[in-house]
Every structure is written in structure tokens, then in C-alpha cells.
Design a protein around this ligand. Structure first.
Ligand code: FNR
Length: 379
């Protein structure tokens, strides 16, 4: 209504309402190197495309005489009540997508304005404490890329706890970077040429391992970062990860039901079903197709989901297939690129408005009304 009433007054919206519109504006705003980094994926990007098109294979049944004039999209997660199932997936170096280079802070500001939680990456451009300070009353989650130096991992988690993050998300699918032709073509690595060091150079354990401070010798700091970044963890490391924190522990990058069962046995609090938006491995199953098996194996444990969510309709379908909370990645990065905090708020509010209207029209007043029986496979 807000948009239509402003339209009556001749005000044309600042930002696009389609994913394609966001993409084209973001491409122009970001320039070739950053655009390759954000928009690109692994290999010929088959999995990345399949993630999005998987949603087309499910259709929602409309239900009548429901009177869904009031909807409640709220959800309980780890003892918190969130206004909706939507959250922002972690995006490393997203800070650079904002015109001023402080996009993590801008994204955190959008979380504060919308109540949509942000999962802050280990690879923020500004230190995690500064990001957390922008969350307002919206809970934030910290995503850990587990370094090979255990003491450093512990220090990062301690800092996240102290900064007020409400959960720790450990990403398991990115201890090595996937084969990404677009990034290779623009020579983007390592991690956009060193803009991902803030949480390391601000860390006492990381600093103590250096002969000279990162300010005196940034190159040595970058080399040390590259040495400790990727940890090919195994199931033997799960008890240690679990022991790191009393906060809810979520493992990200899980698609196989057997892995869900093992993670559950290891005492995690949530499973995060994702294939990293098709950025890591190509040729894989669309994440949405893995979701029902993950939900079944999780057997009541919360399941977070991302990869391929582009519309509010996609959010609703993921919830119907059993996701407790649904993450978006690239869409909000594009919002950030074209309009900073306002752009991210626009993207999040558009996704939520579409989801809410769909639930109104199709007669699903609450998330609990959305079940696998609400959907039918159409292709
Ligand atoms: C990511 N993703 C990611 N995941 C993570 O755990 N830590 C990280 O630092 C990053 N970095 C990152 C950078 C960029 C540019 C993108 C696009 C993605 C993966 C992210 O959390 C999420 O899994 C996907 O983005 C979801 O897919 P869609 O919504 O982008 O299709």
C-alpha cells in the first residue's frame, strides 16, 4: 500500500522489485571484479542455476474459506522469537559492496531496521564487535570459518560471545575455495586481495603469532592469514567445536541425511542446509532437493536453509518443505550495492511482503499451516 499511495503522488520507487532488476543495477554499481565475486559460482554454475530453478518444481495449493486476513510470520528459534523466518546468510567481504566500503555495518543497520537477523561472516571488512554494535535489538549470529590454529578459533568465538552474538554458525564446506572461473578470470583471490583480515588483525591471538604488527607489516599478516584460514575438519573435531561455546551451535553446509544424524549425535543445536549458493561445488544437488531429507533426519532440530532463494514465494515454499528459517545471500548483497542500508531494507521488506501476501491469498495464516502437503511437485 505504501508503494501504491506514494505512486499516486507521483513518487516512483528507488529500487527494483524483480531479482533481474536488482542484478542489472548491482552489476553496474559493483564493477567487474566485485560483480564476478558476488554473482559467480563454481564451475559452469549449473548448481547455482539449479538452486533457483528447483523452486519452480513446487506449486502451492491455494486453500479457500480460510479468512487469512491476519497473518503471523513469527517463528521461534533457539529460544528467540523472530518476526519472520527470513535471515541474511553470511557473505564474506560484503563490506566492499557498499559505496563507502563499510557494507557489513550497513547490513547490520538493515537488520536493526527490519528485525531480520544477519549472520556476520568471519570475513567482515570491519571487526565483528563494530558489526554487532549496529544490530540494535535484532539478534545477530556469528559465522565461523574455523582456522587451523585452535587458540585463534577459540578467541574468535569468545569475542563473538562478548560482542553479543546469539549463535555460532560453523561453515563446513569452505575450508578450500571452489573452482570459480569468474574469480579466476579477474584474479580475485585470495579473498578479494586481503580485505577480509579485520577479524584477524584485531585479534590478540592472531597478533601474538606475528613478529611485527599487521600495521607495520600487512603482507606478513596476509600470509599468516592464508596459512591459518582453511581447516579441513573431520567428525573428530565436532566435540571440540561443541565445547567452544554455550551458545546455540549450528553447522552450515549440510545436505546429506546421514551427516544430519551424526551432527545431531554430536550435540549441535541446529542444522544449516546449504550448498553455499553453488559457489563451492558444481554438479551438486539443488539445495532445495536436499531439504526434505535433512528435515526428516533432523527430527525436530531446527533446520536453517539457503541457496537459490530469490522471492517471497521461495521463502514460503522452503518453510512448507520444513525449513525453520530461510536465508538469502546474493539478493541482499545487490540491495547493498545499489542503496546501502536502504537497499538491503528494500530487498528484505519486498521478500517479506511477497511472502505475506502469498500466505494471505492462498490461505495460510501462520507458518505452522505450511506443510509438505501444502505443496505439489509440478515438473
Ligand atoms: C557467500 N557465502 C558465505 N557463506 C559463509 O558461510 N561464509 C562466507 O563468508 C560466505 N561468503 C559468501 C560470499 C558471497 C559473495 C556469496 C554470494 C555467498 C554463502 C552464503 O552464506 C549462502 O550460503 C549463499 O549465498 C546462499 O545462496 P544465494 O542466496 O546467494 O543463492
Amino acid at each position: 500500500n505504501e508503494i501504491y499511495f506514494e505512486g499516486l503522488g507521483g513518487v516512483v520507487p528507488r529500487f527494483p522489485f524483480t531479482y533481474e532488476g536488482l542484478e542489472s543495477r548491482a552489476e553496474a554499481a559493483l564493477g567487474p571484479s566485485l560483480w564476478s565475486y558476488v554473482a559467480g559460482g563454481a564451475g559452469d554454475e549449473l548448481t547455482q542455476r539449479a538452486n533457483a530453478s528447483a523452486f519452480e518444481r513446487w506449486g502451492l495449493y491455494p486453500r479457500i474459506f480460510v479468512g487469512a486476513a491476519r497473518r503471523d510470520l513469527s517463528v521461534e528459534l533457539f529460544g528467540m522469537t523472530l518476526p519472520s523466518p527470513l535471515f541474511m546468510a553470511p557473505i564474506g567481504v560484503i563490506g566492499l559492496c557498499a559505496q563507502d566500503g563499510h557494507g557489513d555495518l550497513a547490513t547490520a543497520g538493515a537488520a536493526a531496521r527490519t528485525g531480520v537477523p544477519m549472520v556476520a561472516s568471519t570475513l567482515t571488512v570491519d571487526p565483528l564487535e563494530e558489526v554487532a554494535a549496529e544490530f540494535g535489538s535484532t539478534p545477530g549470529f556469528f559465522q565461523l570459518y574455523t582456522p587451523t590454529d585452535r587458540e585463534l578459533a577459540e578467541s574468535l568465538v569468545r569475542r563473538a560471545e562478548k560482542a553479543g552474538f546469539k549463535a555460532i554458525v560453523v561453515t563446513l564446506d569452505t575450508w578450500v575455495t571452489g573452482w570459480r572461473p569468474r574469480d579466476l578470470s579477474t584474479a580475485n583471490f585470495p579473498q578479494l586481495r586481503g580485505h577480509c583480515l579485520a577479524n584477524y588483525t584485531s585479534d590478540p591471538v592472531f597478533r601474538a603469532a606475528l613478529d611485527r604488527t599487521p600495521e607495520e607489516d600487512p603482507r606478513a599478516a596476509a600470509i599468516r592469514w592464508a596459512q591459518v584460514f582453511g581447516n579441513p575438519l573431520t567428525w573428530d573435531d565436532l566435540p571440540w567445536l561443541r565445547s567452544l561455546t554455550e551458545l546455540p551451535l549450528i553447522v552450515k553446509g549440510i545436505c546429506h541425511p546421514e551427516d544430519v544424524r551424526r551432527a545431531k549425535d554430536g550435540g549441535v543445536d541446529g542444522i544449516y542446509c546449504s550448498n553455499h549458493g553453488g559457489r563451492q561445488a558444481n554438479g551438486g544437488l539443488p539445495a532445495l532437493d536436499a531439504l526434505p531429507g535433512v528435515v526428516e533426519a533432523a527430527d525436530g532440530l531446527p533446520v536453517l536453509f539457503d541457496s537459490g532463494v530469490r522471492t517471497g514465494t521461495d521463502v514460503v515454499k522452503a518453510v512448507a518443505l520444513g525449513a525453520t528459517a530461510v536465508g538469502v545471500g546474493r539478493p541482499y548483497a545487490y540491495g547493498l550495492a545499489i542503496g546501502g542500508t536502504d537497499g538491503v531494507v528494500h530487498v528484505l521488506r519486498s521478500l517479506l511482503a511477497e511472502a505475506d501476501l502469498l500466505m494471505a491469498v492462498d490461505g495460510y495464516p501462520t507458518l505452522a499451516d505450511l506443510t509438505p502437503e501444502s505443496l505439489r511437485r509440478v515438473l
